[in-house]
Design a protein around this ligand. Structure first.
Ligand code: SAM
Length: 250
């Protein structure tokens, strides 16, 4: 049974992103649950283990396997079933353990941004007490790498996914749009005029790559860089900010 569940934001791949609060939480936890991903993203698993070893914690490290999603189910049901199954795997991994204190999970970036761990925790019975420790998001890593602000003066910002950008096109009324979870370089198909892009992959990591420019001029170059990097590493995580009105609208 998990009484206290701590979700520790670890940033986006640099050992230096972990906050003092996150480090202390790793030290204070009784158990740290670590996924064995088996997706070929070994670099990411490595970073989690390095952070744990850097924390010099006495917490017990317990591994769990991610289930696979059932492709026969409709999308929403498939995701819910997957979340439920992950919660069961946490419980199974902890079965028979004498858990004296908090159980911690290391969450990529920040636990609140395109991450389902809080939703998965909702399937635990009884519901544990949640503590969330914020982390540097990939979006902050992106704007910092390019030394740009998120928003223009008094401007709005919309965060969306590659799938929605592909399906719905440029979001009406938006000035700044940030795109995550885009496996298909969907910026290539935008027809909205006067867009500037700031793109980054492996942000915060040694392999970090960034590029920027007026979208029609750089879209192909970025797509090629992305494809080559993905081929070289076997995986890629990238995100980008698109702004209407050119490089410095305000
Ligand atoms: C499941 S979401 C997790 C986001 C994470 N919770 C955060 O705070 O950034 C994964 C997406 O985040 C972005 N991402 C995460 N880490 C990244 C990195 N180091 N470089 C570029 N993009 C990254 C990518 O768009 C990726 O598809």
């Amino acid at each position: 049974m998990i009484n206290d569940l701590w979700l520790i934001g670890i940033g986006t791949g640099s050992l230096t992103h972990l906050t003092h609060e996150g480090l202390q939480a790793l030290r204070d936890a009784s158990v740290i649950l670590v996924p064995r991903k088996g997706t070929g993203k070994d670099d990411l698993a490595d970073i989690r283990l390095k952070l744990i070893s850097q924390a010099q914690t006495n917490a017990e490290i317990i591994f769990f396997e991610y289930p696979t999603r059932d492709p026969s189910l409709p999308y929403i049901e498939r995701v819910a079933a997957w979340h439920r199954e992950i919660a069961l795997r946490w419980q199974a991994a902890l079965e028979g353990q004498n858990i004296a204190g908090p159980v911690a999970l290391l969450i990529w970036g920040d636990p609140s941004l395109y991450d389902s761990t809080m939703r998965i925790a909702g399937y635990l019975s009884p519901r544990p007490k949640l503590r969330v420790i914020p982390g540097v998001t990939s979006l902050q890593a992106l704007t910092a790498a390019h030394a740009i602000p998120f928003n223009t003066v008094n401007g709005n910002v919309l965060i969306t996914t590659g799938r929605r950008l592909r399906d719905e096109g440029w979001p009406a009324g938006s000035e700044t749009v940030i795109v995550m979870l885009d496996g298909e370089a969907s910026f290539q198909h935008l027809t909205e005029p006067n867009l500037h892009i700031w793109w980054g992959a492996y942000l915060g990591m040694q392999e970090q790559i960034i590029d920027a420019g007026p979208l029609p001029e750089v879209a192909q170059r970025i797509a090629q860089t992305r494809a080559a990097a993905r081929e070289a590493h076997g995986w890629i995580m990238d995100t980008y900010l698109l702004r209407k009105g050119g490089e410095t609208p305000g």
